[in-house]
Design a protein around this ligand. Structure first.
Ligand code: NDP
Length: 244
């Protein structure tokens, strides 16, 4: 129980990677709050799974792209937990189109959730975040590698890694450690392993398969825990060797 007594907020914890992170941090002993955009049933299922395993969990609707909503979600989570030790920015959206098909709306939605949501959420969390805390951002291997029709999404995830590097320096005096986890293709609703696109993606992965959400959650657990006490301002890519 390496996170016993810790208080963690996971944005976008209703499904996919975020739900797996919430469950893993709770299994490690943390009390957990999650936010979700609109899927209350999935959020309730994450909370029920954690509580069914003997943990503590809360869920709050908060649109990461809407600053007022994002700030309220963070404040509700901090109030329910009685403070924060661990902040996981996982909520994200992907809308793939080539530059000729991009629109102002697809650009704004992706930067709104994937980048501005992190900026607003971190600023809202800081007054509640204990010294010695952890902030972990879920970026993407796409922040380092270009694939066709993913330029804007890739730009958001390169920005995520840049935010982590800067915040690591800003917050080092409080011993708050800030890192990015960069998944490769992981089997979720966003990127199902049985899609046509998946066959193409898998051909770029030396391990020859999609990753599982638990394989990301395990790395997040490590970065949130005591063994990562000298790791800040870096990115851990978990992609089956795709970027190697
Ligand atoms: P999913 O689409 O499966 O789940 C997305 C989660 O984010 C849901 O909980 C959803 O809530 C929430 N969410 C979406 N938009 C918002 C919003 N505006 N405000 C608050 N919450 C929101 O995605 P994944 O689990 O696959 O992805 C999680 C993260 O991992 C993202 O940042 C993604 O970019 C990143 N990633 C994923 C990869 C993959 O291959 N799957 C690869 C690399 C990075 P709700 O259920 O209410 O809709």
């Amino acid at each position: 129980m390496s996170l016993q007594g810790k208080k963690a907020l996971v944005t976008g914890g209703s499904r996919g990677i975020g739900a797996a992170i919430a469950k893993r941090l709770a299994a490690d002993g943390a009390a957990v709050a999650i936010t979700y955009a609109g899927n209350k049933a999935a959020a309730d299922a994450t909370v029920a799974a954690i509580e069914g395993a003997g943990g503590t969990a809360f869920a709050f609707q908060a649109d990461a792209a809407d600053p007022t909503s994002q700030r309220a979600g963070v404040q509700q989570a901090a109030a329910a937990l009685g403070g924060l030790d661990i902040l996981i920015h996982n909520a994200g959206v992907a809308e793939f189109s080539a530059i000729g098909d991009d629109t102002d709306e697809t650009f704004d939605r992706q930067f709104g959730v994937n980048v501005k949501g992190l900026h607003v959420g971190t600023r809202a969390a800081l007054p509640h975040l204990n010294d010695g805390g952890r902030i972990i951002l879920i970026g993407s291997v796409s922040g380092e590698l270009a694939f066709p029709a993913t330029a804007v999404y890739s730009a958001t995830k390169a920005s995520v890694a840049a935010l982590a590097r800067g915040w690591a320096k800003d917050l080092a005096s409080r011993n708050i450690l800030v890192n990015t986890v960069q998944p490769g293709p992981i089997d979720t609703d966003m990127n199902p392993a049985d899609s046509e696109f998946a066959q193409q993606m898998t051909s770029f992965v030396p391990l020859g398969r999609y990753g599982k959400v638990e394989e990301i959650a395990g790395a997040v657990s490590f970065l949130a825990g005591p063994d990562a006490s000298y790791i800040t301002g870096t990115a851990l890519t978990i992609d089956g060797g795709a970027a190697a």
